[in-house]
Every structure is written in structure tokens, then in C-alpha cells.
Write a protein that binds this ligand. Structure first.
Ligand SMILES: C[S@@+](CC[C@H](N)C(=O)[O-])C[C@H]1O[C@@H](n2cnc3c(N)ncnc32)[C@H](O)[C@@H]1O
Length: 203
């Protein structure tokens, strides 16, 4: 089935924090395992609720997103909060990751078609230094048909099997498929069928 990509610039128009201001609780929890000053890359980071929280905790954060509007908003928030943060507009479908450049890569609701997502997971493996950590949080197939948020196409949703396959060489620290009551801005409201994944690149 053909998928229609959302117009992200249009969605982020205006000053509203579409997915709220609070970072993902899962991301914050995972960040406790990182050393102070660790290099963290946030993919599809949007308006940057996770990137800002991580920068405030002393990590060296880079955020990438497709939407020029969201990147501008994130850079402005970082300036206003006096937080050092690198923000760059990037279509992750065209991204060539720098090798072993990050201690952690975070992807929260980085939904895209399965084939692009598989390539992206390969790029994440390349971007991580040995021992580096990947953290993924998103909607799984059971979210389809719910009104609490997320893509309307099964091909854009995660599964446990794909994460195990895409990160086969990694050590999986955590993999769970919880039902989570979401209260993340106007974008995610209500019970969400999530997947949460944390794994380490073997040294
Ligand atoms: C649901 S939002 C999540 C934003 C952020 N991670 C959060 O949790 O608040 C999805 C984000 O993915 C970005 N995105 C979608 N397709 C992308 C692509 N091909 N390359 C980079 N970013 C993309 C959108 O611009 C949007 O910011």
C-alpha cells in the first residue's frame, strides 16, 4: 500500500509544542547509564523535548530532523535556555552516518516505511562507538486504528522481531511492548501500544 508522508513543517507551524515539553520517561531512564559528557545523537527529534532534556543533563547532544520548522524552533529554544546543542536539518532517508561518532543514539517516534527504517538502523550501528547504546521508542503494529497517535500504515510501525533482526549483533539490555497512557502534547493522547528498546553495540 502506498504511504503518504506527513507534511511535518505544516504540523509544526505555530508555537505549540506538538508532543509536549517533557522528555520521554524511557529516554531519561536510559540516559542514567551514560557517562557525563557522553556524545548523544537524537534522530527525528522534532521540536527537541528529548534533546533539550539531555543537553540540560550535561550530555553533548546533536539533533537531526527533516523539518526545517522544527529545527528552527529547537535551535531557538536551546538558545533561550542557554543550552549547547547542535541542530541540523536532515532527511534520514538520505543520511550517511559518521562512523563511531556517538556514545548513544536516540530515536523516539522515528516512524518511516520499513525499508527506510531498516537502512536507518544500519546507519545507527555505524554511528555508534563500540559499546555505544541505541534507544528506540515508538508505536508497534497494535497501535493501528487507535486515535492516540502514530502512523496510519502498518509498514511504518515497529515490531519486536524487526528490532531483534536489525540489531542482531547488539546486546539487548531491554525490549518491552507496554501499553502506555500517553499525555504528550496534542500529538499523543490516550493509551498507546509502544515498543521500547535499548541495546549496546558490541565492543
Ligand atoms: C512524531 S514526531 C517525533 C518528534 C520527537 N522525536 C518527539 O518524540 O517529540 C516525528 C518526527 O520525525 C521527523 N521525520 C519524519 N520523517 C523523517 C525523515 N525522513 N528524516 C528525518 N526526520 C524525519 C518529523 O519531522 C518529526 O519531527
Amino acid at each position: 500500500m502506498a504511504s503518504v508522508a506527513p507534511d511535518w513543517d505544516e504540523r509544526f507551524r505555530g508555537d505549540e509544542a506538538l508532543y509536549g515539553l517533557a522528555p520521554s520517561a524511557f529516554v531519561v531512564d536510559c540516559s542514567l547509564a551514560l557517562a557525563h559528557g557522553a556524545r548523544v545523537l537524537c534522530l527525528a527529534e522534532g521540536q527537541g523535548r528529548n534533546a533539550l532534556a539531555l543537553a540540560a543533563r550535561g550530555f553533548r547532544v546533536t539533533a537531526l530532523d527533516l523539518s526545517a520548522t522544527a529545527c528552527r524552533q529547537l535551535a531557538a529554544r536551546a538558545r533561550a535556555l542557554n543550552l549547547p546543542l547542535t541542530v541540523r536539518q536532515q532527511d534520514l532517508g538520505l543520511w550517511s552516518a559518521p562512523e563511531a561518532a556517538f556514545d548513544a543514539v536516540i530515536a523516539v517516534y522515528a516512524h518511516m516505511p520499513r525499508l527506510l527504517r531498516r537502512d536507518l538502523h544500519g546507519q545507527i550501528g555505524r554511528a555508534l562507538a563500540p559499546g555505544g547504546m541505541v534507544v528506540i521508542e515508538g508505536f508497534r503494529a497494535e497501535q493501528l486504528g487507535r486515535s492516540s497517535g502514530g502512523p496510519r500504515n502498518a509498514d511504518w510501525l515497529y515490531s519486536e522481531a524487526e528490532l531483534r533482526a536489525d540489531f542482531a549483533g547488539f546486546h539487548i539490555d531491554y525490549l518491552a511492548t507496554p501499553e502506555v497512557p500517553l499525555d504528550e502534547g496534542r500529538g499523543h493522547q490516550g493509551l498507546g501500544a509502544l515498543i521500547r528498546f535499548r541495546a549496546r553495540k558490541q565492543g
